[in-house]
Design a protein around this ligand. Structure first.
Ligand SMILES: NCc1[nH]cc(CCC(=O)O)c1CC(=O)O
Length: 337
């Protein structure tokens, strides 16, 4: 549908979870600062992903669990844009939708959270046979590879629910692995036991983790322009590269793919995007991993770098790992990342 070019009032679509509302408020307040005369309303809705907390995420067959219903509202004109956790946004969007520039990223790492009352300080200290809670195939595979003596068990629900399940007296879990960004945005930093990355604990994070995805109608040039005013180029380029890496690899299924992007000063003085990436078989037995530096200075070069990293992973054996997973149908669509 045609979008008028000079609206002063906007409706933001979001999920209803505490984290989703907090993230939407972040975007709203940045836009309000940049456009004080404009009005931004929030419309929140529970999605299929929120409502079904019993089925393991990997058994869902619907593709766009967290995003589809909000996209339908946006296409119909009932909301003007949607604020998502970028991590939950599929790499392929409906034809008429696109992502705007991204705001500065929150901490992109996974963290270890230990059950209340236990004093373990790191994944290394967790005793053999202990149960780690996660529903993410990426975390499961990396844990199986690095910590084969630990057991992994599904844990579902939003962040508050997961913490409550962890801390319950009769809980089977010793700890959970969860995104730092969610805890930080909800002022739950005190629950973080250990930050995990390539050097600590050996865990890489999910594509887009810690970033917000602002989805708009493709033909909405006014909003595109407005979002340019609050976007952060380094975040946008890193996330475009990560998402194109995933898009190139996945071929219709979500991959047990971990990434770690950082901007470094190249020897020639220019900034480069360094990306580490790993694809691990679900049992942790096989892994393909690469580290590459890319000249990334435009959306196009960011996306091209994503393809370069994907090709390097395939050359290191990622293709065989992903085919095996698809053959066994261990993954359907849109598992939690
Ligand atoms: N998969 C669910 C999800 N989507 C976004 C976040 C946290 C915030 C973020 O990563 O941006 C989480 C929780 C988690 O994975 O622990």
């Amino acid at each position: 549908m045609a979008t008028p070019t000079s609206r002063t009032s906007f409706t933001i679509g979001t999920r209803k979870s505490k984290l989703a509302l907090e993230q939407t408020e972040l975007v709203r307040s940045e836009l309000k600062k940049a456009y004080p005369d404009y009005d931004f309303q929030i419309f929140s809705k529970e999605t299929a992903g929120d409502l079904n907390t019993t089925i393991a995420l990997k058994d869902f067959t619907s593709k766009n669990l967290w995003t589809e219903e909000l996209e339908e509202l946006m296409i119909a004109g009932q909301v003007d844009f949607i604020v998502h956790s970028l991590k939950d946004v599929p790499t392929l969007l409906p034809d008429t939708c696109t992502l705007g520039p991204m705001m500065p990223r929150e901490d992109n790492r996974d963290v270890l959270v230990v059950k209340q009352g236990l004093s373990f300080k790191s994944l290394e200290e967790i005793p053999a046979g202990s149960v780690v809670g996660t529903s993410s195939i990426r975390r499961t595979a990396q844990l199986a590879r690095k910590y084969p003596h630990l057991k992994v068990q599904d844990i579902r629900g939003n962040i508050g629910t997961r913490l409550a399940k962890l801390d319950a007296d009769d809980s089977p879990y010793t700890c959970i692995v969860i995104a730092a960004a969610g805890l930080l945005r909800l002022d739950l930093e005190d629950r973080i036991t250990q930050y995990l990355d390539s050097k600590n604990g050996g865990m890489l994070y999910a594509v887009g983790q810690g970033a917000l995805g602002i989805e708009i109608r493709k033909n909405d040039s006014q909003l595109q322009e407005m979002l340019n005013g609050i976007g952060h180029q380094e975040t946008t380029y890193a996330c475009l590269a990560e998402r194109n890496l995933l898009r190139t690899l996945e071929g219709g299924c979500s991959a047990p793919l971990g990434v770690e992007s950082e901007w470094i000063q190249g020897s020639d003085g220019s900034k480069k995007l360094r990306m580490r990436s790993v694809v691990v078989s679900v049992d942790g037995q096989q892994a393909a991993q690469v580290e590459l530096d890319g000249d990334v200075n435009s959306p196009e070069s960011a996306e091209a770098f994503g393809v370069t990293v994907a090709n390097a992973l395939v050359a290191d054996g990622a293709g065989a790992i992903l085919e095996e997973i698809q053959r066994k149908k261990l993954i359907k669509d849109n598992v939690s990342s």
